[in-house]
Design a protein around this ligand. Structure first.
Ligand SMILES: C[S@@+](CC[C@H](N)C(=O)[O-])C[C@H]1O[C@@H](n2cnc3c(N)ncnc32)[C@H](O)[C@@H]1O
Length: 249
């Protein structure tokens, strides 16, 4: 089941996945005056500096065990069955978690039950699949998480979307999500780093091996720079990551 997935693929998550300051600032702004926030699919605790009072919810024990001592209190559970009374929170938030939920509609209904305001980071597959890395691993465009990736329209089927913002990926992005190292292609050759990205972790071993070997060869021959060298000019790029702000209907 999707919720137990990170017990397997999240083992070295905290080593590679860190808080991107620009994203955290955007999330903080979008939360507005919310005092009491539920962080759904909180993982190891990145982005919990976005609000003063956070309660976290996370299904994977492996992820919970990587949370630092000072992290927010974390309850084990899933978005689709929040173990909280109605209207417990001012807001819910979630960072790159919704595409893993087996039942997005149920999760969003639960979010609306426990809070009136909602801030989620998601990615648009149409843009994400133009990212150069997916040329090396085209099979990843067909993963179940990609097919069920939410966007503002699908969130709006349950909540009322009031704002959508681009989450730019800076050249020096310190996070470890799929496109974070867009300007540092050699990073993607590291198998440990790949393990902390679900797009790789959910792929068949032969898909990973073939794509990694091709990327290594293209970096050595200069073919990568010939194809994607214009990226070297950019300070930041848009790979389809979006901040969606919504209200209870
Ligand atoms: C890519 S990680 C993001 C973790 C954290 N939000 C962050 O930004 O570092 C996705 C998280 O969603 C969690 N998740 C998967 N299915 C879930 C569900 N049904 N309900 C809540 N969280 C879920 C995973 O266990 C994992 O910790």
């Amino acid at each position: 089941m999707g919720s137990a997935r990170y017990d397997t693929i999240g083992r070295n998550y905290s080593q590679f996945r860190r808080t991107e300051p620009n994203w955290e600032a955007q999330i903080r702004d979008a939360l507005g005056g919310a005092q009491n926030v539920l962080n759904v699919g909180a993982g190891t605790g990145s982005y919990e500096g976005a609000a003063r009072s956070i309660t976290s919810l996370e299904p994977s024990r492996v992820m919970i065990d990587q949370r630092s001592e000072g992290a927010a209190p974390c309850v084990q559970g899933v978005a689709e069955a929040l173990p909280f009374a109605s209207d417990t929170f001012d807001a819910t938030m979630g960072v790159l978690t919704m595409h893993h939920w087996p039942d997005r509609v149920a999760g969003l209904r639960e979010a609306a039950r426990v809070a009136p305001h909602h801030v989620y980071t998601v990615y648009e597959t149409a843009s994400a699949h133009t990212f150069w890395l997916t040329d090396y691993f085209p099979e990843t465009r067909l993963l179940s998480t990609e097919k069920q990736a939410p966007n503002a329209d699908s969130i709006d089927e349950v909540l009322r979307v009031v704002d959508e913002q681009v989450l730019w990926v800076e050249r020096g992005c310190v996070e470890g999500f799929a496109a974070a190292s867009w300007a540092r292609p050699h990073d993607y050759l590291n198998p440990e780093m790949q393990n902390a990205i679900s797009l790789f972790a959910l792929s068949e071993p032969e898909v990973r091996e073939r794509g990694t070997a091709q990327l290594r060869a293209d970096l050595e021959s200069g073919a990568w720079h010939d194809r994607y060298g214009e990226l070297a000019e950019l300070e930041r790029a848009d790979f389809g990551y979006r901040l969606v702000v919504a209200e209870r209907r």
